[in-house]
Design a protein around this ligand. Structure first.
Ligand code: SF4
Length: 210
């Protein structure tokens, strides 16, 4: 793709405005940083549709780190059982304990403090910064990497490579990273899917390197 920056981002954001999953509850502007943090932990290796099935009840029951930590471990495990990945129960409890001990129960707004929480890696930290605090942060997971690699023809042998993080950093539009990250995720889930990309109805068909 010749224009590496503006054109791709503009078209993607336009696509997102029309086709994005704006009704996902953790994307509601009223969602608290803790609720967004919970959603990001739930979304690890799990689809948005699966998370949608348990998220609402979970954050209603456990709206804060304090309420989550006070709950019996079996109750938390049962609430997220449909998501699989049992270690998430421990992540929730340990991270909640850390939030209470280090941050008065608040979700921190710095990358380094987020990375020090259980279960939080680079992608989750960047997502929380962008979605909970409106920060300019880019993030690459396997789905985002697939979209960028196809569009820009820069497939790397390494999953979630530094090359892709650099590309994502260059593309990330200042002040719009919240939408940009959601747009990449939704586009990868709806159009540029892993097995059967829908190239015929893709807005990048003419310029994509794939
Ligand atoms: S043209 Fe196909 S491979 Fe390229 S971004 Fe669109 S759906 Fe993905």
């Amino acid at each position: 793709m010749a224009d590496e920056g503006g054109e791709f981002v503009d078209v993607l954001l336009e696509w997102y405005a029309e086709n994005g999953r704006h009704d996902l509850p953790w994307r509601d502007p009223s969602a608290s940083p803790f609720e967004i943090f919970v959603a990001e932990l739930m979304l690890q290796q799990t689809s948005a549709e699966q998370v949608r099935g348990v998220y609402g009840e979970f954050v209603e029951q456990y709206p804060t780190a304090g309420t989550l930590l006070a709950a019996p471990e079996e109750d938390v495990a049962k609430a997220i059982e449909p998501l699989g990945l049992r270690k998430r129960t421990a992540y929730f409890r340990r991270a909640s304990a850390q939030l209470l001990a280090r941050h008065d129960g608040r979700v921190p707004d710095s990358r380094s403090e987020l990375l020090n929480l259980h279960g939080v890696g680079e992608y989750t930290a960047a997502s929380v910064l962008a979605h909970a605090y409106g920060r300019d942060a880019s993030a690459v997971d396997t789905n985002v990497e697939r979209v960028l690699a196809r569009v820009f023809g820069s497939e790397s042998a390494e999953p979630e490579s530094s090359e892709m993080w650099d590309l994502s950093d260059r593309l990330a539009p200042a002040g719009r990273c919240d939408d940009f990250l959601h747009a990449l995720i939704d586009f990868g889930a709806a159009v540029c899917t892993a097995r059967d990309p829908n190239c015929e109805s893709c807005p990048f068909e003419a310029t994509c390197e794939y």
